[in-house]
Design a protein around this ligand. Structure first.
Ligand code: PLP
Ligand code: COI
Length: 353
């Protein structure tokens, strides 16, 4: 399919790297294509970033049939642009699509379209460590219809955002609230898909956590409410003695690409890494026994984020001394060195564009 390009007439510029937050600076262009039962995915185009026209009856507004991805493009010191495990994101998008009865996308085609868009928007890629171009592919259901069924028409789009750190405090350890009352997802539901609904389900508890001074929620399994699963925007790792533990994927956890990368590096470095069930009780006991030395989150937006405090009901524990832990920093440095093209890409995770 050919991609039609319409250029924007604008002279907007990238803000200073130090002024970048997360997700509020958008670039000049976007990629869009539409789907209908008769024509499949069609009308692929790169056009000026602008409002869409979608009817108020569009099914996405009523029944939430929407999926998205999050990945990043980085600038290397010699000004090359690289992508980190990008194909994995579109493969995950197709798994989410299947789960929500959305038609599959052609991974090679959307990879090419995304690269074309990024090249056009090269000036929006910031260059300092910790900044990048965040890429947000999304699919929404567009049928103007109020009956409950899967839509027959869809819109796929990719927007780009120049970003800095996800957490305002950068690499400073974050505070996590273990949620006792509400659940985000259950096995057999949609937890392992990257769908808008999972984030809607997380809002009430996240707002409560924020009111209490916590950055994000750590979700427990939705059935026994006993085992830790993941944080609002990242997967979680705990260092207990010499064992690095992350919750095993069980259908209600997002299979993070950064999570897979941390596991691969840990195996390569000969660490004792386990993917297993871990109860909140075990976490507090390990702390009591002096064995819990680090907790950190992993994600595209969050990169590696050390956790400095967790609260579960009345119980509060501090982990570390208020600075990022050694293991978290080792993973942060190894991953970002690869992502920014500063270290050899021994795992074959990078793609230059
Ligand atoms: N879990 C949730 C709920 C997320 O939103 C994210 C972010 O994408 C992650 C985990 C980490 O996934 P990834 O490493 O693929 O970005
Ligand atoms: C990402 O890390 O890409 C995410 O999607 C997290 C997010 C909801 C900001």
């Amino acid at each position: 399919m050919e991609i039609k390009v319409t250029l924007a007439q604008t002279n907007r510029t990238l803000p200073q790297d130090s002024a970048l937050g997360f997700g509020n600076v958008f670039t000049d262009h976007m990629f869009v294509m539409d789907y209908s039962k008769d024509n499949g995915w069609h009308d692929a185009r790169i056009e000026p970033y602008a409002d869409f026209s979608v009817p108020p009856s569009a099914m996405v507004f009523h029944y939430g049939q929407a999926i998205f991805e999050g990945l990043k493009a980085y600038k290397t010191p010699d000004k090359k642009i690289c992508l980190f495990r990008a194909k994995d994101n579109f493969e995950r998008m197709n798994r989410s699509a299947k789960g929500l009865c959305i038609p599959q996308i052609d991974v090679d085609f959307v990879m090419d379209a995304m690269k074309k868009l990024i090249k056009l928007e090269e000036k929006w890629i910031p260059e300092t460590l910790g900044t990048s171009l965040y890429i947000r592919p999304t699919i929404i259901a567009t049928d103007p219809f109020l009956g409950v069924r899967a839509s027959y028409t869809y819109k796929f789009f990719i927007i780009l955002s120049s970003v800095g750190a996800y957490y305002a405090d950068g690499l400073n350890p974050v505070k996590i609230w273990v949620e006792k009352e509400h659940v985000r997802a259950i096995r057999g539901g949609m937890g392992e898909f990257k769908t808008a609904a999972n984030y809607a389900a997380s809002l009430f508890a996240s707002e409560e956590a924020k009111k209490n001074g916590y950055d994000q929620v750590l979700w427990l399994d939705g059935i026994e409410r006993k085992y830790i699963e993941e944080v609002g925007a990242m997967n979680i790792f705990l260092l207990i003695g010499d064992e690095l533990v992350t919750p095993i994927l069980n259908g209600s956890i997002l299979p993070g690409i950064t999570r897979y990368s941390v596991i691969s590096l840990a195996k390569k470095w000969g660490m004792n890494i386990s993917e297993r069930k871990i109860s909140v009780e075990e976490v507090f006991k390990a702390h009591e026994d002096g064995k819990l030395t680090e907790i950190f989150g992993s994600g595209t937006a969050a990169v590696i984020s050390p956790v400095g405090e967790i609260r579960y009901g009345d119980k509060v524990i501090s982990i570390g001394d208020g600075t990022p832990g050694e293991t978290a920093m080792k993973f942060y440095n190894a991953l970002t060195d690869i992502q920014y093209g500063k270290a050899e890409d021994t795992e074959n995770w990078l793609e230059l564009i």
